[in-house]
Design a protein. Sequence first.
Lengths: 613, 227
Amino acid sequence: MLKEKIDGLLDRVQKPARYMGGEMNAVLKDADRVAIRYAFAFPDVYEVGMSHLGSRILYDIINKRGDALCERVFMPWVDMADLMREEGVPLFSLETRSPVRGFDMLGITLQYEMSYTNILEILDLSGIPLHSEDRTWDDPIVIAGGPCAFNPEPLHHFIDAFSIGDGEISTLETIDVVKACKAEGVSRRECLRRLSRLRGVYVPSLYRADYNEDGTLRSFEPIEEGVPRTVVKNMVADLDKAEYPESVIVPFMEIVHDRINIEVLRGCTRGCRFCQAGMIYRPVRERSMARLMELADKLVAETGYEEITLSSLSTGDYSCLPQLAHALMERFAQQRVALSLPSLRLDSNLKETLEETQKVRKSSLTYAMEAGTQRLRDVINKGITEENLVESLTDAFAGGWSSVKLYFMFGLPTETYEDLDGIADLASKVVRLYFKTPRHLRAKGLRVHCSASCFVPKPFTPFQWEPQDTIEQFEEKQRHLCRIMRIKGVAFNWHEPQVSFLEAVFARGDRRTADALEEAWRLGCRFDGWSDQFKFDKWMEAFEKTGVDPAFYANRRREKDELLPWAFIDAGVTQQYLWRERERAMQAQPTPDCRKGCQGCGLKRFEGACDGR
Amino acid sequence: MRMLVSFKKDEIVRHLGLLDLQRTMQRALRRSGLPVAYSNGFNPHIIMNFASALSAGIPGDAEVLDVALSGETTEEACLSAMNRVLPPVLAVSRVRLVDDRFPKASAALRTARYRVTLRGGDARRIADDVPAFLGETEIMALRKSKKQEAMVNIRPMIHELTAAYDEQTDTAVLDARVSFVEQATLKPDLMLTALCAHAQAALPNCQVRRTQLYGEADGRPVPLMDL
């Protein structure tokens, strides 16, 4: 009955393929033969969620278990969500179109703060009570993980348990615990208690936060014996031993990253001071070339994709990238599988091979410069210089590339208008470099795309104590940038500061911000990351109604001794290291990549973390 | 050599558009390990064509894909390979190997059979009107294409049309074979609109399904796979 009702809705929405299921390699298991039915939700639409590598890894890991099954859930687009409410259709999984509420566990991935209202929408559409304390065994255990789980507090009221760190480990461990609890018939509360004892698992209802009069956090304590004071992140020490999908779903509709994605390494040691991923995914762990070749072989055979991309935070840092690229190109030239590689690391040798074997299209080259002057790049420890850019582009322009993307941030700590002018300088230099390239070598039609996004300070980075620029400051800087970026051959675009402001509030928010989040959702906010859906006025109304001051979270400088809402998490990097890095930043002192010498970030405390270094 | 692949487009995946289906078939063929032929150029793709594009929203029982091959293989090998690489909702029922001189499936296509299920409303009235509708010598309808709109006589494009009405379920099932050649393609929705106008009825809840594609031999319709 429900299945037919859902099917009927599909005639009435845009892009029905989002809700269709039935794709090649989707896993269909018999619900009667498993102990745990796990729904894995990505709080955005299908084509975004299906492009996320982590979700695919976990889908594969759960389905490899004999005693569990995993089905996918995505956030229905607004037309479908409204129609479902009208027709009384609950949120359903793609594989079997089963109601989400009937699953034993609901995993939600937290990739981006602006998906938080979608999480509330997912719970509500499923008919699951929004607040953890109102749920019973008729509801799934709601677990959330991903980068945003490193400051879980804004979601503390809505999520039963957070998984912090690499998901491969705790996904399996939490299934074991829930399975045992259901078999034994213990209370839901007891189940949460047992979950809290797993490494990397944080159960917010077992902790209590108290605040000082100035609004800062006074104390954060477990409320029961046996609940750990510190939650230590999970870490997979050996990627070769970690499970990796050897078969992935091939969607019917085009998705954002519609190709084979092979994770070559995890973590990054470059130490960019604004970058949360670079801190929380430490240490660097590589997959062996043999394993990568094996994965590529299997995935090409299983999917029929025509393109492979090597993914990681910094694929250029893979220790044998040239060898791997050559081997992959050689291996797959006959099968007409193309390989996409990171821009900056295209050495000339590799480029020749690319041109010979693949007749690659000269797609655009991307450089994340992040800041306009060397001084500011030293402050943020972005180890790329103007010389690097010039060198790489000189080659590229002579090799026939003519489209370049440059990424910048503004609102960075210590930034002045001189640094903003540096962005225009760099863009002009790129244009001049192109015109200096001999006419017979360069391709026609130079296109330089410059984009500038607003800096958002994130937890577990050296800038976690820093205030974000106010919206007014951002707008003023934006006006200046627009003026100076009127350069022939250069297209300039920027991001709306309102979204970045909210991102900053929730990135470093505490428990009290949860009320504002809930109110915003009640006022109709969802899909906040989609500019056509974003309703800033509703957000401001929500803050007003709940008495939450967003500036307190976004624009306030935190003191060194302030108790941070996420301090109970051991993310690997220590607070001492982060503060040391902050001090160096203020003196514009770069810190070298730790592969050239340990910087004492704290990861050595983890067994097997920095082996051989 | 080429292979003609007869596959279904299940109800569940009826919303797939031509591009989605093309991409899906390209990738399935790449997975199949069959000796398919590639085009040249920057983005080599497998040389294949559908006999006829089936609109998004309409399922099909016997769609035909025509694929160029670059080496020897057998019909059995192709059939099992295709079903291994396609999801059950796009299952292949038959593969036929043909010579390169064999006309392309899209060129051999002459007519297509549709089954239209009408539920409630004026379903009965429409079914009852079919004989009178077929009795007309001229049925003018407004045919829209990307380039132009024109009133055309669609009566010659309707080769067969029968209606069965079931009182218990208040359902009428129309079975129609209509022209599917260049210049004279009759989409089922246009025929339905004309029929409703003729019966002075409103179109009830309706489901359309394409059940067969035909070529022609000795002036008679023959399924493409049997030509």
